[in-house]
Design a protein around this ligand. Sequence first.
Ligand code: FDA
Length: 389
Amino acid sequence: MEVRTLILGAGAAGLFCAAHAGPGTLVVDHARRPGEKIRISGGGRCNFTNTGTVPERFLSENPHFAKSALARYGPWDFVDLVGRHGIAWHEKTLGQLFCDGSAKQIVAMLLDEAARAGATVETGTEVGEIAHDGSAFRVVLEREGRRREVAARHLVVATGGKSIPKMGATGRAYEIATQFGLGLTETRAALVPFTFPEGRFAPLSGTALPVRAAAGGAVFEEAMLFTHRGLSGPAMLQCSSYWREGEDLTVDLLPGRDAAEEIAEAKRTQGARRLSTWLSAALPTRLAESLASELPAERKLAELSTQAIRETADRLHGWTLRPGGTEGYRTAEVTLGGVATGGLSSKTMEAKTLPGLFFIGEAVDVTGWLGGYNFQWAWASAHAAGTEI
Ligand code: FDA
């Protein structure tokens, strides 16, 4: 069998690329259904883009690489498409756009766009050996026990990263890149909860609060959630992309407030009260109780020296924690790192040393922040490759 373009992976990037690559395109995926991650994304409502998309919100060894594709296909281009398909959406927070209804609408839209462009999508198909004979790629595919070889002028690798192997994630893109001489950057689980030894925060599990959290030079002001295993919530997921083993996180538990000033004021007006009372009003009760042992919580406010107030405030604004690790690929939303951008054209995503070979989406060493940025990269990189093909 011969096709013009073979796309490996019917996820966000693969399907969107098919919509632009046009007739003679075959998309194959080993999963039973296409777009599985889209379906479960954003709690079932798919946070499909972010209106605050700027290259600075993407991590890569080459921070300039994503600029061209993102400039040529931005969030409003995707919003237009969503609108043309009659999909209602809303902004939740921080520029994050979600479907009003269901993420399934985005999958249906992508399948519709791919079909309209004349592409075929085939699921339940294993990808075997891949070769290049000098003019075409030859790829062995296996479906329902039947093997066949497909010849294609263009091969687009859109098999994503390693996050959530249970959902069919594999490192296949990295193997293909290596096979054809492209480099890889170190990969690691990102947008993933932190774990702490000995169930340190288990008693606080379920407690959430807004924080200002910092890791590896990045700062995020979002919610933090205590879990049985450690810390999660948007602030922690964002930090995980910048954190490295052995490093500390710094968490301001009272962002935008001045704890020293507030405690000093309470000392003047309610000196007979204990610090623990003030803490319980300022923070979720269980967190306040757990911090009490590290602070002069049972002292009356009137008894606190200026220095004690300062130390308490420093503690609350600069809580320092050292995670034991992260939950890893099992629960990570994305994979940081991947196919090194040095081997790819930033305009087309095509391999510099092998024309016709493209890498798009999460497989590439471009990782967005939490909040719709990773889908925007999938759309933009798929558009760059698809329109070139
Ligand atoms: P994607 O993973 O979507 O697709 C890859 C496809 O390749 C899959 O269909 C897979 O089955 C297939 N495949 C893999 N290996 C293969 C092989 N060897 N042979 C054949 N097929 C193979 N992002 C965002 O912007 N907003 C959000 O709301 C969310 N929410 C979210 C929730 C959860 C739970 C997760 C895990 C992730 C998110 N994300 C997200 C991240 C987002 O899902 C992710 O960045 C994109 O799906 C990446 O798109 P790709 O097409 O590159 O990979």
